[in-house]
Structures are given as structure tokens and as C-alpha cells.
Ligand binder design. Sequence first.
Ligand code: ATP
Ligand code: MG
Length: 449
Amino acid sequence: MILKRPKGTQDITPGVINRWRTVETAASGLAEQFGFREIRTPVFEETGLYVRSVGDTSDVVTKEMYTVSSKGDDAFTLRPEGTAGVIRALLENGILNEGFPQKVYYIIPCYRHEKPQAGRFREFRQFGVEMAGSASPYADAEIILLAASVLDACGLENVELHLNSIGCPECRAEYRKALKSYFEPHIGEMCDTCRDRLEKNPMRLLDCKSPVCKEIAKNAPVITDYLCGGCREHFEKLKSILDGYEIKYTVDPRIVRGLDYYTRTVFEFISNDIGAQGTVCGGGRYDGLISELGGQPTPALGFGMGLERLILCMEAAGVEFDPPKTPDLYIAPMGERAQEKAALLCDAVRRAGYAAEFDLIGRGIKPQMRYADKVGAKFVCVLGDNELDSGEAKLKNMKTGEETPVRLEDFISAFNSLLLNEMFGSNFSEEFGSILNDLPAEDTAPNNE
Ligand code: ATP
Ligand code: MG
């Protein structure tokens, strides 16, 4: 019996890997354009890190953590999100002493014990960024612009930006009181979790997914009416910067975000094309987190973008993904002598920087041609005794059917010209090949210093 993968996980098979490559390339390329450097941290961390940072009233900590005990050590948890581990790493490695701002990004699998459904998995992938050291609304705008640019590069136009400010601890104290007195008379009708939240963290009542609680929350007081002067000013400035970039947004006082550590700006990018789990990206400012984790008080902010949901949106919008890489050359040997030669030629072609394959099974010519066709080889070269004896073979262009004779002794340079012509037009190598050949060696040879 073939065993099955765990519930809520996925296999990303070679047939769909190009979807992942497309979004990962867009995300990492843009992050680097914005000056973010990649960081990689462990898949598991001490459980206490998430309890301290994500918060002990959040869904993530109360219901969704995969906690493993390992032989008498402390308890560890598979990372449910990226921020906590990354901030821990920035502190532990002294990176926050190296000057501000520090800007990092990551593409990671995350683990949450949730009920699997469309767009909601137990293992899912996130592209995330974190920036530490800037309190300026330009920093908030910068990460929102980065997220918007990634969505744009992925061909998505229908993802809406919802924006809110949840203030600082001072303005939130007043707001919490107002929320408590609003929800108290309704608490009997609300879910068990919300009953618990009323005392501990009433803002979470706004984030509940149960339909009854959602309905009650509709008329709750809104945080934007309670912002202090500083928080209000920050929010107004952010909106005017976004207006300058012509980024459209809706101010949505219901956005409070699921995690405890947010302050001031919070935002979500929401799609209407992929059903109920439409939040593709969520983020905001968390000025209190770094000191909570033992560092100097340092303003910081970031976002997490769910890559499964991003790909679902792209599929729904009919976006074309980057095509998978195909071999430049397939060598089809007939017989053992030819296979020996094919192996060596293939090696030389790969060393010249091309993708090449040859037959590894000892099949006849017909199945070999079918294979070359299936893998999308650009050129095919059949090698038999005739070719070996005469020292000449043919390179067949699989798109046009055109065959070009080549001497086996200068196979690589002939193949090189054929491919250049294929890429840049029919006579490219005749016109420019000599220039390339005439370049001084140190300009063309790999740098070995
Ligand atoms: P949701 O409200 O959908 O549960 P969340 O507020 O728990 O999301 P965050 O912790 O902000 O999500 O994570 C950032 C992003 O990661 C989300 O916007 C979403 O795109 C993605 N994400 C979160 N949980 C899952 C999951 N279980 N499966 C797939 N993607 C997820
Ligand atoms: Mg969630």
C-alpha cells in the first residue's frame, strides 16, 4: 500500500514547480530591488518564543501550534509564522547593532493546525519581509509598495488593499474599554473563544471568523475614532504617501490582524477571486515586539504573503506562469559505441553552459525521439555508427525540422552558433560570432581569481 501525505499538506510536483518558481523569483527579485537581504532561520523554535511574540490569546498560539517535545529538552514548535524567528535571529546575531534600517526577506514553509480547506493548509508557504529601525510612515509605505509590486508582477489586478491603524498601547486602552462595554451585552450569543477574549483581549473579538460573532462585531466602535494625535498623524501621512504612489486602498476599521504584536499600521491585500480565504497578504507595524523579545525598543514592521493563495489568485486570473526549463539538446545514440560518445559530448555541452541529456535506457530511436519531444528538447542529434565513422552528425531543430550538419570535432562551437541564431535571429552568429571569438580571453572565460 502506498502511504498518503499528512492531511493539509501538499506535494509540489515537477509538473507545477514552475508556478512556485514564478512567484518566488518575482518576490525575491523585487525584495532585493527594495534593498531587503535574504535571511534563513530554523523551521522550529522554542515554543516560548511564539507565546511571547504572537501572543497567548491569538488563534495561532491557542489552537494552531504544532509543538513537539524532544527527549527532555524544552518544548519546540514548528514555526507558524516568520516574524518571531526572524526578529530573534536579528537580535541573537547582533544584526540590529549594525545600523538602521535592517531589511530582510524570506520564503519559508509554515505550520498551523487548522481545518484544511481551499486556500487553508497545515503546511503552507509564505514570502515575508521585516524592516527594523524606522518609525517613519515612509517605511510603512515602502513595505506596502513592495507587496503591491509583487502582486502586480504576478499579473494580479483585482487584489484590494485594506488599511487601518490600530494605534499604540495608549490609544488602545481607551478603545478596549469602549469595545468591552459594546460587546458585554452580546457576549451570551457569542462563541466560547470570544467569551474568553472579552476579558483578555477584546480587540480579538473583531477578528473572529464565526458568522454570529462577525455580525455582532459589525456595529462595534471603530479604532480610528480613538487614535491619539501621534498615531493619527502617522496614519494620515501614510495615506498621503500611498496617494502619491497612486496605490488604491480602503480604510477598513475591521482589520485588526490576528497577531498580538501589531501597533499603528495594519493592512491586508484581499482577493475576491479565491473564495472565503481571500487574504493573500497581511502585515503591519509592530513597534513593541523587539523590546518584548529582549532587544532595545526599536520600531519595526513587515508582512507575510501566502504563496498558495497567491498562486490560486493567479490561476483564477488565468495568468501564465514562466515556462519550465527544457533541454537545449538531446543526443540519441544507437548502440554502445555511440552511447559512449554521446555521454562525452553531453558532458562537453553542459560544460559550455547548456542543458543536455542523452539516452540512459538503451532504447530504440523511435522511443528516444518521443522522449526528446516530450521533454521539449530544442535540438536533437542522432548518433550511430555512420556518424561516428564519418565524423559528421546532424543537429535537428525540433521546432522547424531543419537539419544542420556538424563535424563532431567542433560540435560545441557549431551548437553554440545554432543556439545563438535560434535566440537572436538567423544570422546572428555569422555577423557577431567573429566578434565574440575575437574578444580577449579574460572577457569571455570564467573568472578564476
Ligand atoms: P487567516 O485570517 O486567513 O487565518 P491569518 O491572519 O491567520 O490569516 P497571517 O498570520 O497574517 O494569517 O499570515 C499571513 C498570510 O499567510 C495570510 O494572509 C495568508 O495568505 C497566509 N496564510 C495564513 N494561514 C494560512 C494557511 N493555513 N494556509 C495557507 N495560507 C495561510
Ligand atoms: Mg489564521
